[in-house]
Design a protein around this ligand. Structure first.
Ligand code: NAD
Ligand code: WQD
Length: 343
């Protein structure tokens, strides 16, 4: 019998922030989805929310992507046509404190996954890379031709992963691989049912501001007011997580149509300063965000935003949502889930 869907996608890290939003978009677009996640930085509750939003169920394997036996079982049980690989540890400061944990987790999971895919003859692969591979670029906007020069163990795992993927594709041209370099994903699904659910005090700006707005945190510390930027605070390219999720569907479609893989930046091309984000969030939440300008954070740089044209040319994709929508959706998630997922 002909399958009545667009095909089955394995999503590793699918109960995580970006993975859960991508599962929703895949299911809504008519794909079948299988999730493998070890719940090291997410909760099972995300699955219930995905099913509630889409009205569809999805098989879930609570497992480490480094577990070759479980991965093999998944590929034998489902006609996986492509893999989107989100599963990784992603906290820069934690990677500096625990480099071996990051190399072991992020590199072993990638290698085990690629070897299992090879054995099972599944060779369409989308990799979660990061703008962090650009390190401290000489100028902005950043485009895909910029040199790669990560400045922390987490960023090095992404640079190394991309090198592994380039070598693999060069040796075996039946692999079709897309590396997507995300800038700063923020926001949440409009339902308020899925969102970013940090385990403890958020490292990233937007979830931190949301917790100040709701009163969970006292005030925002702005890391540096003397950067060479219009208002002296750091500038970043914030992209709505749903736009980012839809970028993965565009990447799947593009891989299906062309015989070559590609690497693209996923961002809006518009940089916003910390103070601009504070003001936008105050407008969205109608709450004041008390802040104090303190010393710069080690490893930070002044300004980071992409030239978005490659993703537009290669995948006919561009981000649609503005900063107001990003803040409004982040706030709704925060209000609806003051303690994140309950299970
Ligand atoms: P997240 O922590 O919410 O999701 C990652 C998921 O992977 C979690 O559910 C975690 O439990 C799972 N996981 C980690 N190691 C695993 C393993 N060995 N086996 C099975 N599951 C494992 O993070 P996210 O923000 O959704 O990021 C997803 C991907 O995007 C990551 O690869 C990250 O490096 C990349 N990325 C994130 C950002 C960002 O700012 N959020 C920016 C650029 C790139
Ligand atoms: C944004 C801006 C801070 C918190 C990080 C990782 C990167 C990627 C995305 C995984 C900066 C300022 C922040 C705070 C602040 N993750 N800030 N007070 O550093 O651009 O990128 O997340 O791939 O690898 O490096 O994001 O949200 O931490 O910071 O002033 O409490 O907000 O200085 O200018 P960043 P961020």
């Amino acid at each position: 019998m002909l399958a009545n869907h667009k095909g089955t996608i394995l999503v590793t890290g699918g109960t995580g922030y970006i993975g859960s939003h991508t599962c929703v978009e895949l299911l809504n677009a008519g794909y079948e989805v299988v999730v493998v996640d070890n719940l090291s930085n997410s909760k099972r509750g995300a699955l219930k929310s995905i099913e509630r939003i889409t009205g569809k169920t999805l098989p879930f394997f609570e497992a480490d992507v480094r577990n070759r036996d479980t991965l093999t079982r998944v590929f034998k049980a489902y006609a996986i046509q492509a893999v989107i690989h989100f599963a990784a540890l992603k906290a820069v400061s934690e990677s500096v404190a625990q480099p071996l944990q990051y190399y072991r987790n992020n590199m072993d999971s990638l290698l085990t996954l690629l070897e299992t895919m090879n054995t099972c003859n599944v060779k369409n692969f989308i990799f979660s890379s990061s703008a962090t591979v650009y390190g401290n670029p000489n100028s902005v906007p950043i485009d895909e031709s910029f040199p790669l020069s990560a400045t922390n163990p987490y960023g090095h795992t992404k640079v190394m992963a991309e090198q592994i993927l380039r070598d693999l594709a060069a040796t075996d041209t039946t692999w079709k691989i897309a590396a997507l370099r995300y800038f700063n994903p923020v926001g949440a699904h409009e339902s308020g049912l899925i969102g970013e659910d940090p385990n403890d005090v958020p490292n990233n700006l937007m979830p931190y501001i949301a917790q100040v707005a709701i009163g969970k945190l006292k005030q925002l510390k702005i890391f540096g007011g003397d950067w060479p930027t219009p208002d002296g605070t750091g500038v970043r390219d914030y992209i709505h997580v749903v736009d980012l999720a839809r970028g993965h569907l565009a990447a799947l479609d593009t891989l299906a149509k062309r015989n070559l893989g590609f690497t693209v930046n996923l961002g809006t091309g518009r940089g916003y300063s910390v103070l601009e984000i504070v003001r936008a969030f105050e407008m969205a939440s109608k709450r004041r965000i008390p802040y104090e300008i303190v010393a710069r954070r080690a490893g930070d740089i002044a300004s980071y935003y992409t030239n978005p044209s490659a993703a537009q040319q290669v995948m006919s994709w561009r981000a649609a949502y503005e900063i107001e929508r990003m803040c409004a959706d982040q706030w709704r998630w925060q209000v609806n889930n003051p303690h994140g997922y309950l299970e």
